[in-house]
Write a protein that binds this ligand. Structure first.
Ligand SMILES: CC(C)(COP(=O)(O)OP(=O)(O)OC[C@H]1O[C@@H](n2cnc3c(N)ncnc32)[C@H](O)[C@@H]1OP(=O)(O)O)[C@@H](O)C(=O)NCCC(=O)NCCS
Length: 217
């Protein structure tokens, strides 16, 4: 199946009751900042609704999105690993989840186009990546890098120049290259869209080689 997405407006979230499992509720209560609570809940609602639709499940509590040390949440259905690839992002009042075939790797990122200062550009991008200019270009490039980081699924912090994207083509170096190779060096496509409200949204997706490991392991 091609990946599907679900977009949630964080200003109109339903109450968490009836959506979160006991384990999810326990974690939700540990979140101290309202913005983080809203984004965390919105991401879960988006992914649960999407997975319910894709897998034909009616009870959202059966679908659990549990925290892991890597930062990438674990997705369970009825207590077992869900047979889908998935990713979550949130930005400026929106939460987005994507789900695709189990046989794929998936990473998404959403960012609002905002003024970017020169120091930010120089800190986070390799000169070879700067094939364009302007805030829309830089924001798009940022979403591509973040989507690739999420596809790799690593919780280890990567230096931003280890994950590059040049004209939509990923280039990995150092630790990121090691992780990419450990996944079987799959062919990755990166697609970026300009959404209404001045958002950039990128999806990084790849077919898994047979027997390649799960990126969260
Ligand atoms: C993990 C990271 C990609 C998250 O991106 P972000 O723009 O801060 O936040 P987003 O809202 O887009 O995404 C957050 C979601 O990403 C997911 N996520 C977090 N860590 C992840 C990981 N290791 N792998 C896959 N997904 C991950 C989670 O679902 C999280 O939402 P949740 O905590 O509510 O479940 C980012 O924080 C990061 O560590 N980037 C690497 C650092 C860097 O320098 N990047 C530069 C480009 S290489």
């Amino acid at each position: 199946m091609a990946h599907q997405i679900e977009v949630i407006d964080l200003t109109h979230l339903p109450p968490a009751d009836g959506i979160l499992s006991q384990r999810e509720q326990a974690y939700y209560k540990t979140l101290r900042f309202p913005k983080r609570q809203t984004e965390w809940l919105g991401g879960r609602i988006a992914l649960k609704q999407l997975v319910a639709r894709v897998l034909g499940i009616t009870d959202l509590i059966q679908i659990e999105v549990l925290p892991q040390d890597s930062g990438k949440p674990q997705l369970l259905v009825g207590g077992k690993t869900a047979p889908v690839a998935y990713s979550i992002t949130h930005s400026h009042g929106l939460a987005v989840a994507a789900a695709g075939a189990e046989s794929t790797f998936l990473g998404i990122d959403l960012e609002k186009i905002e003024p970017r200062i020169e120091a930010w550009k120089n800190d986070f991008f390799h000169p070879n990546e700067l094939t364009g200019e302007g805030d829309a270009f830089l924001t798009a490039l940022w979403t591509q890098k973040e989507a690739l980081v999420k596809l790799l699924g690593t919780g280890l912090s990567l230096r931003s120049n280890e994950v590059c994207c040049i004209h939509g083509k990923p280039r990995f170096a150092g630790r990121a290259l090691e992780i990419y190779e450990s996944l079987g060096a799959p062919q990755i496509t990166v697609v970026t869209e300009h959404w209404p409200g001045d958002f950039m949204f990128s999806v990084a997706e790849a077919e898994r080689a047979i027997d390649s490991p799960n990126p969260k392991e």
